[in-house]
Write a protein that binds this ligand. Structure first.
Ligand SMILES: Nc1ncnc2c1ncn2[C@@H]1O[C@H](COP(=O)(O)OP(=O)(O)OP(=O)(O)O)[C@@H](O)[C@H]1O
Ligand SMILES: [Mn+2]
Length: 270
């Protein structure tokens, strides 16, 4: 009679590699000595000093997103190949690894999230910080009310040329950068007001309250999204900036690059 090992064993039978999502050191060590096994560690940092590591821009709360973006990064780095069968081990309910998903790597479902972080003009850390601010703002809102915001990151000179001020720029003479705790408070406070934040490649806040005037010609953003998303999407086609948009109406955070929607996350999942 078949035991559970025989049945669940199919999940990891003849896989091309094992992908461990943010494993503990002792968990990882168990795999290192298994013969002929490729082990890939995925996470926001390489805490276990793994030989093959793929960095995630953020710890995706949703398991399928975490796996999808992890595998996209692994494909991008060439540590797995299209069609590879992978046993992806991750934690869903506890701190430790408690879940194994068998997934086939599929190069066609590529979303471009790695381009967003790794191949943008702006520093990846800057993109990550802005995404974190948007997610936090989406989670808490402003004084309990849902709030929207638009952050344009990178290629700031060109973005400034394609926009105009709606009001006095509170960042005019300041030298503040995203990631500073005080700046996060300021960004949240100013997000109540209209327009976009413009942020440089290195993370300097160049301006708040900018009205973007890109040409919207040929921009293909999903129907139902309004002027904020259209302006955010379009500016990324006209310049080498990326746009991170928090929607006041559906609460989602979206990222655009080269005029295309690249990432869509629900702040409540973080
Ligand atoms: N071209 C623009 N540049 C900068 N900010 C803009 C621009 N167009 C709209 N906004 C900002 O977006 C806000 C919301 O506009 P609108 O409702 O049309 O956008 P939306 O895409 O539906 O966003 P939301 O999902 O947050 O409602 C406006 O009040 C304004 O602050
Ligand atoms: Mn709207």
């Amino acid at each position: 009679m078949a035991g559970l090992d025989d049945v669940f064993g199919d999940l990891f039978a003849s896989v091309d590699a094992v992908v461990l999502f943010s494993p503990s050191g002792s968990y990882y060590e168990q795999f290192v000595d298994i013969e002929d096994l490729d082990v890939i560690v995925v996470g926001t940092e390489n805490a276990v000093g793994a030989e093959t590591f793929v960095e995630l821009p953020l710890e995706f709360g949703n398991i399928s997103e975490r796996i999808r973006y992890g595998l996209e990064g692994a494909l991008e780095q060439g540590v797995i190949e299209d069609g590879d069968e992978l046993a992806c081990a991750s934690s869903v309910f506890s701190d430790g690894i408690d879940t194994v998903s068998r997934v086939r790597a599929d190069a066609e479902t590529r979303t471009g999230i790695y381009d967003l972080f790794v191949k943008s003009r702006a520093d990846p850390e800057v993109v990550k910080s802005v995404l974190e601010v948007a997610i936090e703002l989406g989670k808490k809102g402003q004084k309990g009310k849902p709030v929207g915001a638009l952050f344009v990151v990178g290629d700031a000179g060109k973005v400034m040329n394609k926009s105009r001020p709606l009001s006095y720029n509170p960042f005019e003479k300041s030298h503040v950068h995203v990631g500073d705790p005080i700046v996060n408070v300021m960004l949240k406070e100013f997000s109540r007001l209209d327009g976009a934040f413009i942020i440089s490649d290195a993370g300097k806040i160049v301006s708040a309250y900018r009205y973007l005037e890109p040409s919207a010609e040929g921009v293909d953003i999903p129907k139902g999204l309004g002027a904020r998303h259209m302006a955010g999407g379009a500016i990324t086609r006209d310049t080498n900036a990326i746009a991170i948009v928090l929607s006041e109406s559906d609460g989602l955070v979206r990222a655009f690059k080269a005029g295309e929607l690249i990432l869509e996350v629900d702040p409540e999942a973080y």
